[in-house]
Design a binder for this molecule. Structure first.
Ligand SMILES: Cc1cc2nc3c(=O)[nH]c(=O)nc-3n(C[C@H](O)[C@H](O)[C@H](O)COP(=O)(O)OP(=O)(O)OC[C@H]3O[C@@H](n4cnc5c(N)ncnc54)[C@H](O)[C@@H]3O)c2cc1C
Length: 247
């Protein structure tokens, strides 16, 4: 039965002054790559809880979450203060539909993210199943500053392992950054810069697109893709676009 269980921080990864990852030991029910659960801290009588996506493939011996500390946020400053050995509450049941088994078949899988919402896509890529189902995989990560392009070791190992089949495209909006496209994801789809960089087009016959993160990016990216003839993926009407908002 699903319940709140105690988790213990095994390790913290410090990426920038506001970005960090927590590796946690907790006894959770099985979950799928792409899903999320809830983390919480007890404050007196009150349990402050928020949703967080798993970054690890489900087979990993720990549960990993990638977070940004929101100034004045209710929960993240306290999660950001956790150190190895500290405990927190974890909901034992993962949930969410941003998973590979919700996708129709296709040739190309595009994973479009902003900020910490790269997490569920890293879980899917590290899991390996995405590479069994799709020929070409594209991971797009939009951030404001170059230092926020995290998880580079994992991304580099995927590029090496899936030579030619896996492409990574960073977007940096607030400074020039080597190899990054400057600006925002929806604009670069609208004017074709993203497709030109990757060497693939969006097409209803063979593209599946997952979008996750900032709600403005999710909405505008969906609009840009609808304008190219793609359709939202619904259970009653399979299409091309699946999305999850982080707030
Ligand atoms: C399905 C789902 C999965 C999520 N997974 C993650 C995750 O893996 N990592 C993560 O950092 N957050 C994730 N979030 C967001 C998370 O649940 C919290 O909203 C966030 O951590 C802020 O909590 P807070 O109490 O500190 O801020 P609050 O006091 O609740 O303030 C919320 C405000 O913070 C901003 N905000 C919230 N999340 C983000 C974010 N990720 N990046 C930039 N600004 C943000 C928005 O302006 C929002 O209105 C997820 C949300 C959903 C719905």
């Amino acid at each position: 039965m699903a319940a709140w269980v105690e988790g213990r921080v095994l390790e913290r990864i410090e990426w920038t002054s506001t970005l960090f990852s927590l590796r946690i030991a907790a006894d959770l029910a099985p979950y799928k790559a792409g899903q999320f659960t809830k983390l919480a801290l007890q404050r007196g009588e009150q349990r402050i809880q928020r949703a967080y996506s798993f970054v690890n493939p489900p087979s990993a011996p720990y549960h990993e979450f990638y977070l940004v500390e929101i100034p004045d946020g209710e929960l993240t400053p306290s999660l950001g203060a956790l150190q190895p050995g500290d405990s927190l509450l974890v909901y034992s049941q993962g949930t969410g539909f941003l998973t590979l088994d919700e996708l129709p078949a296709g040739r190309d899988l595009w994973l479009l993210s902003t900020g910490t919402a790269i997490g569920p896509f890293l879980a899917m890529l590290a899991d390996g199943e995405a590479f069994e189902r799709f020929e070409n995989l594209v991971l797009v990560h939009g951030v404001r500053k170059g230092e926020e392009l995290t998880y580079q070791a994992l991304i580099t190992s995927l590029i090496e392992q899936y030579d030619g089949r896996f492409r990574y495209v960073p977007f940096v909006s607030r400074e020039e950054w080597p190899d990054a496209i400057s600006g925002r994801i929806p604009a670069a789809i609208g004017d074709g810069r993203l497709q030109a960089r990757v060497g693939l087009e969006f097409a209803a016959e063979h593209s599946q697109v997952m979008i996750c993160g900032n709600p403005a990016m999710v909405k505008e990216t969906q609009q840009a893709l609808l304008a190219l003839g793609l359709a939202k993926n619904l259970r009653r009407a399979p299409g091309n676009i699946s999305a999850e908002n982080y707030w």
